[in-house]
Design a protein around this ligand. Structure first.
Ligand code: CO
Length: 147
């Protein structure tokens, strides 16, 4: 495994729409391993492809004992709402409140291309929404929640 450089806000690559992952090979597995290590090293709870300069629809999310690799993720259902603070490894030093669904159902593929889904709530749901936004070039502060 190897640490990847995290792309910082201001780089145009963070604002592009990422393309679908179509090849599920060892290179993809290695990338996901690197992303997880990079996220842990940076003390984050999620990291998306564009944040390591990869214009593909993939992300990792890790909250406490929960870890998931999301390839081609799509939010297919949501329930409720939660407002809370977010930050981003690509936007150091900035935090703001964002309204997110309280619960989400995400359909995605694993690193081998198998189709699966997860239901998540609270922080995991928030992290999934934040990372999936990255795949569409959206940063958390675009959605700043103002009372
Ligand atoms: Co982020």
């Amino acid at each position: 495994m190897a640490l990847r450089d995290i792309v910082k806000d201001g780089q145009p690559s963070l604002r592009k729409k990422s393309r679908e992952v179509t090849v599920f090979d060892d290179k993809l597995g290695k990338l996901l391993d690197d992303m997880r290590q990079t996220m842990i090293e940076a003390d984050g709870v999620g990291l998306a492809g564009p944040q390591v300069g990869i214009n593909r629809r993939l992300a990792v999310v890790e909250v406490d004992d929960f870890y998931v690799e999301l390839v081609n993720p799509v939010i297919v259902a949501t329930e409720g709402v939660q407002v809370g603070p977010e930050g981003c490894l690509s936007v150091p030093g900035r935090n703001c409140n964002v309204a997110r669904p309280y619960k989400v159902t995400v359909e995605y593929q694993d690193r081998y291309g198998n189709h699966t889904s997860l239901q998540a709530e609270e922080l995991i749901a928030r992290a999934c929404c934040h990372e999936i936004d990255h795949l569409d070039g959206i940063l958390f502060y675009d959605k700043e929640y103002k009372e």
